[in-house]
Write a protein that binds this ligand. Structure first.
Ligand SMILES: [Zn+2]
Ligand SMILES: [Zn+2]
Length: 370
């Protein structure tokens, strides 16, 4: 079928600013374990921008977008978790059969990197082609949802309950779940504990909203952007720290040196070392930020050893997928997880503007409306 996709081009091997153009392309039907989704909205996430700006490798010509939401238009022969007409959001891809998937840890699927960043199915194929027949790298996170329609794995699709605004909920596919899941699934703050969240972008602010749902009593947010710090306070942060050379000491002062948890959720600033240093004895830091994959992290041996600190990576919020997505949807509907406060909607044709605004920090969570 003919669809419209936002195709990213490379010039001399480099993706240039505003290199995305809407284009009519051909889309195959779903395989037996896949679904055809008419995409109605898709978020712009840090990882899309990371691929555009060279922090993560992604082939071009290709199609980005990995926070899609839409309506099921066709299902493969073996699909039984959704049906035609269901409103869905598209979550993380996973193989379903590797050791991690069998252990109930699909976020750590051993094929995760290929499923997210190769641009193709694991067998090297793509369901999307240009009019001339050139295959597009159109399996970003196995969904490439900056398009009017896409093919996704049935297992990565989550049904949105009737009456909910699916177009607002697409970011539960990645950024929002990453921030909230890190707090609620992994760190699980204990009563009267303290947590510091570095970075008040979409991931960090989701972590703030999640922390506000826990018995942690000190929620410190760190950023350079005063507007975002103010918003973080409205969303539940008890303390806002403008990042500078004294940030670690200020957190130690606020917590009497006993910070229990830290979340490093910056968009590439790589403040992991500061987040770990700010921890008190037996503290835990979760790293979820958008630093370049090869970025080094420098820790102090004695500080880690003598204070019994833990540093852990968390992918996509950890946890198991469908129940957690449903929990966040219901919490949002109840007004207890107001993710709409982060969102600005853009027409699909303004995809480059949405990226620019996200890069500039003026939009926290752009959502493209198809
Ligand atoms: Zn797997
Ligand atoms: Zn993402």
């Amino acid at each position: 079928m003919k669809i419209t996709a936002a195709v990213m081009e490379k010039a001399d091997g480099v993706v240039t600013r505003r290199s995305i153009k809407l284009e009519e392309v051909d889309l195959d039907g779903p395989r037996e374990d896949e679904v055809l989704v008419r995409i109605t909205s898709c978020g712009v996430c840090g990882t899309d921008r990371g691929c555009l700006h060279g922090q993560e490798p992604y082939p071009a010509p290709g199609v980005l977008g990995h926070e899609g939401a839409g309506t099921i238009e066709a299902v493969g022969r073996l699909v039984d978790n959704v049906k035609v007409g269901d409103r869905v959001l598209l979550g993380f891809p996973f193989c379903g059969t590797c050791p991690s998937c069998r252990r109930g840890k699909p976020r750590y699927c051993v094929h995760g990197s290929d499923l997210m960043f190769s641009g193709f199915r694991l067998d090297g194929s793509s369901p999307m082609k240009r009019a001339g027949g050139e295959a597009l790298a159109a399996r970003f996170f196995q969904q490439s949802s900056w398009a009017t329609h896409t093919i996704a794995q049935a297992r990565q699709v989550v049904r949105v309950p009737d009456g909910m605004d699916a177009d607002l909920l697409g970011p539960l596919g990645c950024s929002i779940t990453t921030g909230a899941g890190t707090v609620l699934n992994e760190l699980k703050p204990r009563p009267n504990s303290s947590i510091a969240i570095f970075g008040a972008g979409n991931v960090g602010l989701a972590a703030v909203m999640a922390a506000a749902l826990t018995p942690a009593t000190r929620i410190i947010v760190v950023d350079k952007n005063a507007d975002r710090l103010a918003l973080a306070r409205e969303l539940g942060a008890t303390d806002a720290v403008e990042h500078d050379g004294d940030t670690v000491q200020r957190i130690k002062d606020l917590t009497n040196g006993e910070l229990d948890y830290a979340v490093e959720a910056t968009d590439g600033s790589n403040l992991v070392a500061e987040a770990v240093e700010a921890l008190g004895v037996l503290g835990t830091c979760a790293m979820v930020g958008g630093a370049k994959a090869s970025a080094p992290v420098k820790l102090h041996h004695g500080d880690m050893l003598h204070a019994g600190k833990t540093l852990t990576g968390v992918m996509g919020g950890g946890g198991t997928t469908p129940d957690f997505h449903l929990a966040l949807m219901h919490l949002h509907a109840q007004g207890r997880f107001p993710l709409d406060r982060l969102v600005r909607r853009y027409p699909f044709a303004e995809v480059n503007q949405a990226i620019d605004d996200s890069d500039a920090g003026s939009a926290i969570k752009p959502i493209l409306m198809m």
